[in-house]
Design a protein around this ligand. Structure first.
Ligand SMILES: [Cu+2]
Length: 285
């Protein structure tokens, strides 16, 4: 019998261990034989809470109208209720803002401007009415400060027509580009997701750096819009990372379920978003 399959399992466990290091337990993890699993069980995914670790997101504009451009304004406050004005720059920005409709049919990844007294603002136009989540991904300034993703509800008024989540497909089309997804999203284990960009059937080999990477991937869980941290593998100028056609990421799903993946990539001066519906793989943990 051939036992070579075990070697790949060992590799997966090593990646799992690395992930456990930066998992953030929110409860006292009981020491058990499976300490790593216990951590995963108690670490809450990002984006589900309006307040965490003393920081709170306060939407100043909790309601906007569908189809009309309007400023979206908010502040992040600290544990004394004071607006946070100092942030740590991550991927070229002090704060990354995700807007997603609850049905995951509308998605925006934008970068608001920080005004005086910690007031964040950005003009937005959302095409469809409904309930949205606003997810702010940021790291407060200061030693030892951790990355946080806070989430708040945004109501977009207008005539509301909920849509089903698009079906799972290995390819996504956007503006004449075809993006192909390879790899699996696995609960509790970091695994590789490879996205390959083609235009008119030809692989794109001259992707442009966008926010310090050739692509940015955001994954949201269908049902509650939990936000997954996804790490790009390699960056422009590191001597090994090619500017396409393939962009590689490491991600772990917090649970079994269905997720929507949004890839932002830049080519010919324009940032585009390709979206995929992904079911977690059936591998038992
Ligand atoms: Cu961003």
């Amino acid at each position: 019998m051939n036992h070579s399959g075990r070697h790949t399992e060992r590799g997966a466990q090593t990646e799992h261990a690395q992930h456990a290091e930066h998992a953030r337990p929110t409860e006292h993890a009981q020491p058990t034989e499976h300490a790593e699993h216990a951590e995963h069980a108690t670490a809450l995914p990002g984006g589900l809470q309006v307040s965490q670790d003393g920081y709170t997101i306060e939407l100043k504009t909790p309601r906007i109208k569908a189809g009309e451009e309007a400023p979206l304004r908010f502040v992040i406050t600290d544990d004394r209720g004071k607006a946070v004005t100092d942030y740590t720059t991550v991927h070229d920005k002090d704060l990354h803002l995700i807007l997603a409709s609850r049905d995951l049919n509308t998605f925006r990844h934008v970068h608001p401007a920080l005004g005086p007294e910690g007031n964040w603002s950005i003009p937005v136009e959302l095409p469809a009415a409904g309930d949205y989540r606003v997810l702010a991904d940021f790291t407060p300034a200061g030693q030892g400060a951790k990355a946080l993703t806070l989430g708040a509800d945004l109501a977009v008024s207008g005539s509301y027509e909920p849509h089903d989540l698009p079906a799972q497909k290995p390819t996504a089309e956007v503006d004449g580009y075809t993006v192909t997804l390879d790899g699996e999203l696995t609960p509790g284990t970091m695994s590789e997701l490879r996205l390959s960009v083609a235009r008119d059937g030809k692989p794109v080999r001259d992707l442009e750096p966008y926010l310090g990477a050739y692509g940015h991937l955001v994954a949201l869980r269908s049902g509650d819009l939990a936000y997954l941290h996804v790490h790009p593998e390699g960056e422009p100028g590191d001597g090994t990372t090619e500017p396409g056609p393939e962009i590689s990421f490491m991600a772990a799903a917090p649970s079994h379920g269905t997720y929507r993946l949004f890839l932002d990539f830049k080519h010919a001066g324009v940032v585009r978003t390709a979206a995929f519906t992904v079911q977690t793989s059936a591998h038992a943990q």
